[in-house]
Design a protein around this ligand. Sequence first.
Ligand SMILES: [Zn+2]
Ligand SMILES: [Zn+2]
Length: 265
Amino acid sequence: MQICVLNSGSSGNCVFISSNGTSILIDAGISCLQIRRRLAAIGHSQEELAAVFITHDHIDHCLGLPTLSNHNPGLAIYANYETSRAVERTVSKSMKPGQTFPWANFETGDSFDVGGLSIETFGIQHDAADPVGYVVSDGNAKVGVATDMGVATEVVKRHLRGCDALVMEVNHDLDMLMESDRGWWLKQRISGRNGHLSNEQASELLSSICTDCLKVVFPAHVSGDCNTPELAIGTVRDTLRSLGREDSVRISPTYREAAGELIEI
Ligand SMILES: [Zn+2]
Ligand SMILES: [Zn+2]
């Protein structure tokens, strides 16, 4: 299985996963042009994509969808019903007149196969229509993708436990958030139950889901002004060290304006 986080953070989210002859994206929150360029840089192409899975309707997760769908009429777009309706409202201004998306709607909690991949869906806590995380498996390896959540619920932990790779939110340092010049309301939103995971919460989550299977962690959705890459990576490293896994789990950085490395597990 190949995994590449093409972009991560409030600037746009997009994760590429490929195995068993099936290539997919989780979210399309950067422009179609950037998706195409970044896939080409890792030896893949937009044309090979079988499906894109949307986590929720915020613009940093669906910005590129109208153009991507327009260029790839055969591309299936998976989301639950509430998210699909809300995405159409979010990107309505960039849809072509008369454009419709070929939605493949599922119920949150459903599991299904797409090509050579098995997909699990699970609900997460976030201020969106009906946000979800995904676990993608090819029968040998499993990757969990869970960002944009205010708390890591037992449901989230149950799905992420046993994954070989984790694209997991390490959003903000709570002190930096509180000292930032953001308004009181926004601070409450980000740190609340429907906001984003702090470094401390991400550490607790990682501690509770890390198993012997885990090989790589992608610290994701790192805030640009309420966190630093060093703090986010340091959080994951310290957590792995406390679990005795510092040397056996790779930490692969994600970027707000660039693709990370292509990882093969
Ligand atoms: Zn987001
Ligand atoms: Zn969001």
